[in-house]
Design a protein around this ligand. Structure first.
Ligand SMILES: Cc1cc2nc3c(=O)[nH]c(=O)nc-3n(C[C@H](O)[C@H](O)[C@H](O)COP(=O)(O)OP(=O)(O)OC[C@H]3O[C@@H](n4cnc5c(N)ncnc54)[C@H](O)[C@@H]3O)c2cc1C
Length: 521
């Protein structure tokens, strides 16, 4: 083998690209990962945003990765440690009342709703049963529709059997609620607006939906299905999400993969209608038996491959792929620990959610429908330094918040509006943690447009492409590329844009590797 020829070239060293590379290398393939950035990790990277203050730059919570994956790759041996596990969710009201949701159930102040605590346990038990039935769907490549291959037929049959095993009552409930909006579901179960807001928030986080959008029970079940595989636990690695990717990179290297950073790929090279290698922006090229891209589908097919290699119908489907992001990120360097109203432990060790009611979320979403940011945005807040003080100088803190809703295309343009948006977010935080504003020594705002520019995710979308019923499973990202395989031979996808979607899960990368190995067998 010449130095510039590999069995597999992986474009992008985000967590999915690294996972895919590690599985392929462990199966004996020669693998080269080419990452455009100066570090691996993609949107799961830790970086310094102010002198001495580090933060998980985009994704900040680990809760979707199935335990089998770190176990199979030996990530603990490669340095992965958790700073916090089984983190609770604390629903902030913006006032003196907060409620805590964790594995044990619901802890609400006296009088919030006497009946909701019991309802919550029943609701969660049923949703978890439904989510568990869906979980195997995430962990395998989708079967081909209309195929006569026995493996596709068996996969469809297994899916049917799993649904049947739910029993009549749960199966009927899944059919009833599957396409519903989450607001209707939560209104059936609960009284407390604060509780309903916090639960609805998880259905819409990272999406272009509000609680009244059809299909949001599906997005909630998706999150629970992936999350239940991870043991229903929100976690924070020591050193942030970047430490997970460093461990993945070590695992891939230990298995024999080569990883190069600062090497943006310009083109996928096609020979005899097959992907035959890649050319870097520097002009250097590499040959490969197959090319696997963890870049988003639009970048992969229209940017790196080129529409000239695809049929018109496929290009039309790609052009219709919904992939504009709606979530922004804010990082604050704080010179002291903030104190949140209604929260017992300061600084809070859990995940704080400011989504005080379903109405508040829907109102926040209304602005975004018309290309505006929310006047009262919804927030997911983490204080990573509560569990991992080394992320900031001694005694100082970092606040990391996902801000929902911030449209990728702001009608007024982000450049002139970013300071106003940041001020609005700081004002919102101040109502929850009085005095916080005075403790801010540095602030960073990443809009979806910034995420596109800095992390090479076109549209800056959480999942690389909207996760919705019409862009899921056998049609993710689009029909014709649903089983990690591109219409051009030798080219595969392995990132968040393919099945089962995004979040720091690694399953797309592992599924893609398994599919490639199966095809070669
Ligand atoms: C605001 C926000 C908050 C989020 N928070 C969470 C969270 O808390 N928890 C969670 O689980 N998920 C979260 N997510 C989602 C999560 O970050 C992503 O779904 C996930 O990181 C995608 O991983 P990936 O490996 O598929 O792709 P990426 O992380 O996007 O990696 C792709 C890699 O490919 C590289 N690349 C692209 N083009 C080229 C090229 N031409 N040449 C070479 N390299 C290239 C990129 O530089 C990048 O490193 C969040 C997303 C957003 C937007």
């Amino acid at each position: 083998m010449s130095a510039s020829r590999y069995d597999c070239i992986v474009i992008g060293g985000g967590h999915n690209g690294l996972t895919c590379a590690a599985y392929l290398a462990r199966a004996g393939r020669s693998v080269l990962v080419l990452e455009a950035g100066e570090e691996v990790g993609g949107a799961a990277r830790t970086r310094e945003f102010a002198p001495g203050y580090k933060v998980s730059a985009v994704a900040h919570l680990l809760h979707l990765m199935p335990p089998s994956l770190p176990h199979e790759l030996g990530l603990a041996r490669h340095g992965l440690k958790m700073a916090a596990e089984r983190m609770s969710t604390i629903a902030l009201s913006g006032g003196p009342v907060a409620l805590t949701i964790d594995c044990a159930g619901l802890r609400a102040p006296e009088g919030l709703s006497a009946s909701d605590a019991g309802s919550y346990l029943r609701y969660r038990a049923r949703m978890q049963r439904l989510a568990r039935a869906l979980r195997p769907v995430l962990e395998a490549p989708p079967p081909r529709l209309g195929s006569r291959d026995w493996r596709d037929r068996l996969a469809l049959l297994e899916l049917g059997v799993r649904m049947r095993l739910l029993g009549r009552t749960d199966m009927r409930e899944l059919l009833r609620i599957g396409g519903m909006c989450v607001q209707d579901l939560l209104d059936e179960h609960f009284e407390s607006e604060l509780l309903k807001g916090a639960l609805a928030f998880d259905a819409v986080l990272g999406t272009n939906f509000g609680p009244r959008s059809p299909g949001t029970v599906f997005t909630l079940l998706y999150r629970m299905a992936a999350g239940s595989a991870a043991g229903d636990s929100l976690a924070q690695p020591v050193g942030g999400l970047g430490a997970l990717c460093e461990a993945l990179a070590r695992a891939a290297r230990a298995a024999g993969a080569s990883i190069r950073t600062g090497t943006p790929v310009k083109r996928v090279l096609v020979r005899d209608d097959r992907a035959a290698g890649v050319m870097l922006e520097s002009g250097e090229d590499f040959e490969a038996g197959c090319v696997i891209s963890s870049a988003d589908p639009r970048t992969t097919f229209l940017g790196l491959l080129g529409a000239e290699h695809l049929d018109a119908g496929f290009v039309r489907r790609l052009n219709h792929l919904r992939s504009h992001g709606m979530a922004a990120k804010v990082h604050l360097a704080l010179d002291r620990a903030p104190s949140f109203r209604g929260v017992e432990t300061q600084p809070p060790a859990g995940r704080l959610v400011l989504a005080p009611s379903q109405m508040a979320i829907e109102r926040a979403f209304n602005h975004a429908k018309y290309g505006e940011f929310s006047a009262a945005p919804m927030l997911e807040i983490v204080l990573p330094t509560a569990a991992d003080p080394a992320l900031a100088p001694p005694g100082k803190h970092v606040l990391s918040a996902v801000v929902q809703y911030a449209p990728y295309r702001l009608a007024a343009g982000w450049e002139g509006e970013r300071q106003r948006f940041l001020d609005l977010i700081l004002g919102t935080l101040e109502t929850c943690a009085p005095g916080l504003r005075d403790s801010v020594v540095a602030a960073e705002l990443l809009t979806p447009a910034d995420i596109e520019a800095q992390f090479r995710i076109s549209g800056g979308h959480w999942h690389h492409a909207e996760l919705a019923l019409d862009q899921f499973f056998m049609v993710r990202p689009v029909a014709g590329a649903a089983r990690y395989r591109a219409p051009v031979g030798g080219l595969y996808l392995c990132g968040a844009g393919c099945h089962p979607g995004g979040g720091v899960m690694g399953v797309a990368g592992r599924n893609a590797a398994r599919q490639i190995l199966k095809e070669a067998a």
